[in-house]
Design a binder for this molecule. Structure first.
Ligand code: ATP
Ligand code: MG
Length: 629
């Protein structure tokens, strides 16, 4: 579908690609991965023709339509649903011609409209919009009533609706909540054409992708399979390269010592000469191992406060005008609590965070909160609110007014922004570079509570792991909002759910929640459109079948079978995780002994999780055997 041949691209004083070639098979769902700042978004610009390399090294079939999410998404008076419908340019044009075309052309226009199934378009558009969080009422509202983030969703919906032959998505989950991300995963899996998706979201890359395209060392490498398969293949490649390199190094040393010993001896001069030639001819084995990413610095609070950190009793909270957003909050948070906060956008998660951060007071009830409590609050609006002409150096100057310049620069370097990026303006920094800067700055004064609202957006996968390591070392409390399921599972000890105007502890785990969200989305889609009558009719019958086997007391066999299956899935996932960590350990020990420490910790935690999953599996199997007699 897409063919790139010997593509070389240099810009801003840097090499991005050198003779990169790749061919994407039609229909493939390809995940484009690589470090923050390596040039993924830049590659998209090259494919879209917004940037140009020297020749025409990028080609697509002549008739292929290419589509991406517009970064411009104006606040027009057009309704959301019509904005989407207009994205299908052909349909929109045909409908327009119906009004003005002479009668003899009408037949042809109608024939084409029927051919492209134009009647079904509104239902299809509505289905996409519901999946991305717009209920029917919101679909009819004008674009101008929505925030930038929501208009990005409309742009994404429009791209999906237009169904181009080559769909380009640059970190699409960044402006979605978990609910939207889950829906998008399911949708992309079924996407009828080729898609190239930049993502740092392991879950997404595993669920959706048939191929992984890796951008590293100025070149593009295509791997078949999903992200887990890619990591395995890459670790194996690195292992082979390292052992080949070790062998070569040994041979080189051997030849060199021969040359050194005998080059002065006339009787051996000829052999020494020939060995010298062999030495010169030796091609160094390429090692494609990338440097480790810079770690995150999350300094722990110096002195613990008296517990509990936060206590809420029958508290209501809202803004000055109007009704409370959240009611009847009865919650408690302790010094080292790790809380995962769930809920769709608009459920009040940000209001809740604002209250914990001390920027919003309760209007009724009680909020106990230590006056000395420091809160570090990271959220996406901070990234959006950055002045595009600012530079990292200016920003750190303001944060460390009394420090010498060298200390500020080394602070930035410690954050992972090397010297060459310290004076790059914000609008030219990559998404990941901006996020890294802000995250580190939020935690700079060792807060007692870290509120991280979608902290991994824009961060590459290795940086996410670095953040996880830093969170494990951090001793303060954490409130985490993220659509990254694996991060949530690794960090949160408890889950709270924001829904129906309040925040309450949530009983299930992340998988329960994911299932609940998907079921609800399905219900929302089939209700208004009523297209899937047959499916709906089939559903209750299936339920009855299940019920027949139910015993009066205790969990039903189907529940237990589900539990067994879930435990098995967990075991598979955790086992894979352990072997991945092992692979990493094999390479880390050579590169960076420090990283080993983090990996060892991660391995211990994963092993403990595996033991828990195994215990759950045994328990469910036993119960199942009992129920089945
Ligand atoms: N106009 C520019 N001037 C200077 N540097 C730039 C400019 N545009 C991009 N860069 C630099 O080029 C590099 C690649 O940027 P790009 O946005 O393609 O990265 P990316 O791989 O998409 O990263 P991320 O995963 O963080 O989104 C970054 O280091 C960025 O700072
Ligand atoms: Mg990018």
């Amino acid at each position: 579908m897409l063919q790139i041949t010997d593509l070389t691209f240099n810009a801003w004083g840097r090499k991005f690609l050198v003779d990169a070639s790749v061919s994407l098979p039609p229909g493939a769902k390809v995940g484009l991965v690589g470090r923050n700042g390596i040039g993924k978004s830049t590659l998209f610009k090259l494919i879209l023709g917004e940037l140009h390399a020297a020749g025409d090294e990028i080609s697509l079939p002549k008739t292929a339509r290419i589509g991406s999410v517009d970064q411009e998404h104006p606040a027009t008076p057009v309704s959301v649903i019509d904005t989407i419908l207009e994205a299908d340019v052909e349909r929109h044009t045909l409908l327009g011609r119906l009004e003005t075309a002479p009668p003899e052309e009408m037949g042809e226009i109608w024939a084409r409209l029927i051919e492209i199934d134009a009647d079904a378009a509104p239902a299809r558009a509505a289905e996409i919009l519901v999946g991305l969080g717009f209920d029917q009422e919101n679909q009819a509202r004008p674009m101008s009533e929505f925030s930038g983030g929501w208009r990005m969703r409309v742009a994404l919906a429009a791209a999906l609706f237009a169904e181009p032959d080559m769909l380009l998505l640059d970190e699409p989950t960044n402006y979605l909540d978990l609910e939207g991300a889950l829906w998008l995963e399911a949708r992309l899996k079924k996407y009828p054409h080729t898609a190239l998706i930049i993502s740092h979201d392991r879950e997404m890359l595993n669920e959706v992708c048939t191929h992984i395209l890796h951008l590293a060392n100025h070149t593009l490498t295509l791997y078949t399979g999903n992200y887990d398969a890619f990591e395995k293949a890459r670790a194996e490649k690195a292992r082979l390269q390292l052992s080949a390199k070790a062998k070569q190094d040994a041979e080189r040393a051997h030849l060199q010592s021969f040359v050194d010993r005998f080059k002065a001896k006339a009787s051996k001069a000829a052999q020494a000469q020939s060995r010298m030639k062999r030495l010169e001819k030796m091609q160094p084995v390429a090692t494609t191992i990338e440097e480790r990413v810079a770690p995150f610095t999350l300094p722990s609070p110096p002195r613990p406060l008296a517990p509990p950190l936060i206590r809420l009793e029958r508290a209501n909270v809202g803004y000055d005008t109007g009704k409370p957003i959240l009611r009847n909050l009865n919650l408690r948070m302790d010094l080292d609590d790790r809380i995962g906060l769930l809920g769709v956008n608009g459920a009040g998660k940000s209001t809740f965070a604002k209250m914990i951060a001390g920027a919003l007071n309760v209007s009724e009830g009680e909020l106990h909160r230590d006056k000395k409590m420091r809160v570090g609050w990271f959220h996406q609006h901070q990234i959006e609110a950055m002045d595009p002409t600012d530079t990292p150096l200016e920003i750190i100057r303001r944060a460390m007014p009394d420090a010498p310049e060298s200390a500020r620069r080394s602070k930035l370097a410690q954050f992972g922004l090397g010297y060459e990026k310290q004076e790059t303006t914000v609008d030219s920094l990559s998404g990941g570079e901006r996020a890294r800067l802000l995250l580190n700055m939020v935690a700079m004064d060792a807060p007692h509570v870290l509120i991280l609202d979608e902290p991994t957006n824009h961060l590459d996968i290795d940086s996410r792991r670095a953040l996880l390591d830093a969170l494990n070392d951090y001793t303060g409390a954490v409130i985490l909002i993220t659509h990254d399921r694996s991060l949530m599972e690794m960090v949160a000890d408890r889950l709270w759910l924001a829904a129906d105007g309040t925040v309450k502890p949530y009983d299930g785990d992340m998988e329960d929640y994911a299932k609940f969200v998907l079921d609800r989305a399905k219900a929302a889609i089939s209700k208004p459109s009523q297209i899937k009558k047959e499916e709906a009719a089939a559903a209750p019958a299936q339920n009855n079948k299940g019920k027949k086997n139910d015993k009066k007391s205790g969990p039903s066999p189907s529940t237990l079978r589900h539990a067994v299956k879930k435990a098995e899935e967990n075991m598979t996932r955790l086992t894979a995780e352990i072997s991945r960590i092992d692979d990493d350990m094999a390479t880390a020990s050579v590169n960076n002994p420090k990283a080993l420490e983090g990996l060892t910790r991660a391995r211990a935690k994963t092993e403990a999780d595996l033991a828990t999953a195994e215990a759950a599996w045994v328990a469910a199997e036993e119960a199942l055997a009992e129920v089945a007699g």
